[in-house]
Design a protein around this ligand. Structure first.
Ligand SMILES: Cc1ncc(COP(=O)(O)O)c(C=O)c1O
Length: 358
């Protein structure tokens, strides 16, 4: 099947690319010329359209605005050379989107539309993929309820979109984390493992409180005992304790990150001891006190590896005197970004190269 039969494509007649500074695009503020839109109605996804990026008309009664039946993904495209743009493990993003859709009662987005849609957008808008080191084109697929009805029920109509946004490299200033005994991100049986809007809305208030106390983000603990470490805002968390890489196991309350999975695979490939298990905040603080906590870092698409300079819990802090990533975090950062930008071998077959016309 050619892409013309999968999508109706309408090209923009006036590109906005000259209005954007691709060297300094910020994050999520500028959008490339085209977007994909698919409608779900009459019990099936209709033929998707690729068309100029622009506003959409909605009614104030739109169901997603009221009941948050909505899922999304986040991945990036990396400039390699004038003819090649790399995508990183987009298949994993598709699989996670399908799981998120299932949990949120959203009809499963079609594989071909998701994967070929991303590739087609990259081909059309390849000039929007920034060339500056560390910059990339962020890709945001999302699906949401589109019934023009105020009623708390599973919707009958949906929309699926893919929009893309040139983004700068994430500032790698080390972050300060604090736990909270008052708030939780996700409960067992809830929607913590789904990439759904409400998870982010619910975490805003605790994150704002943490910021008021001088921290960057909350280090979430489990909801039952407030004892075990889960994750951070939009990142999974890793600890290096006495030479062993430790990250909380996936138990349905944590988002299964693509970066997390990549780090675990790399560690195994390098024969670096790695443990996915429950890790209590007491163990972390004790390791800090004993001088065995060598590094802490967050892992996610935005920053890849974000160094942590402080973990605060219950009036105590473990701090690291660092200016950037530690050696272990840096090693993962370099390995992953080198693969993403086509500067290293890809032993795990993580890359999809999109050939673009100059
Ligand atoms: C809550 C949460 N945890 C972890 C991650 C990291 O996931 P990934 O590595 O797939 O970006 C993200 C980002 O998507 C997130 O929103």
């Amino acid at each position: 099947m050619t892409t013309d039969t999968i999508f109706d494509i309408t090209r923009t007649s006036s590109s906005r690319i000259n209005n954007v500074d691709l060297d300094n695009p910020g994050f999520g503020r500028e959008f490339a010329d085209h977007m994909l839109e698919a409608e779900y109605r009459d019990g099936r996804w209709q033929q998707p359209e690729i068309k100029p990026y622009g506003s959409i008309e909605i009614t104030p009664a739109l169901s997603v605005l009221h009941y948050a039946q909505s899922v999304f993904e986040g991945t990036k495209a990396y400039y390699v050379d004038g003819e090649t743009v790399n995508l990183f493990r987009v298949e994993k993003n598709f699989e996670r989107m399908v799981r998120s859709c299932e949990r949120m009662c959203i009809p499963k987005v079609e594989r071909e539309v998701f994967l070929e849609g991303i590739k087609e957008l990259i081909k059309l808008d390849h000039k929007w993929v920034p060339q500056k080191d560390g910059n990339s084109l962020y890709i945001r697929p999302f699906a949401c309820a589109f019934d023009p009805i105020i009623s708390a029920r599973v919707a009958e109509q949906y929309r699926f979109y893919i929009i893309t946004s040139p983004v700068g490299s994430y500032y790698d200033r080390p972050v300060k984390l604090t736990t909270t005994q008052q708030y939780v991100r996700a409960v067992k049986g809830g929607v913590g493992a789904a990439k759904t809007a409400g998870n982010y809305a619910a975490s805003l208030y605790p994150a704002q409180q943490a910021k008021k106390q001088g921290f960057d983000q909350v280090l979430w603990l489990d909801a039952e005992e407030h004892k075990y470490v889960e994750e951070v805002g939009t990142m999974n968390i890793f600890f290096v304790i006495d030479g062993v890489l430790v990250t909380p196991s996936l138990r349905g309350t944590i988002l299964p990150g693509v970066t997390r999975d990549s780090i675990i695979q790399l560690a195994k490939h390098w024969d670096m001891p790695v443990e996915e298990r429950r890790i209590s905040i007491e163990e972390v603080m004790q390791a800090g006190e004993d001088g065995k906590l060598e590094e802490v870092f967050g892992a996610g698409t935005a920053a890849v590896v974000a160094p942590v300079e402080e973990v605060h819990h219950d009036g105590q802090s473990v701090t690291f005197d660092i200016e950037g990533r530690g050696p272990v975090g840096q090693k993962f950062y370099d390995a992953i970004t080198d693969i993403q930008y086509g500067q290293a071998e890809d032993p795990f077959d993580w890359i999809t190269s999109v050939k673009v016309n100059k």
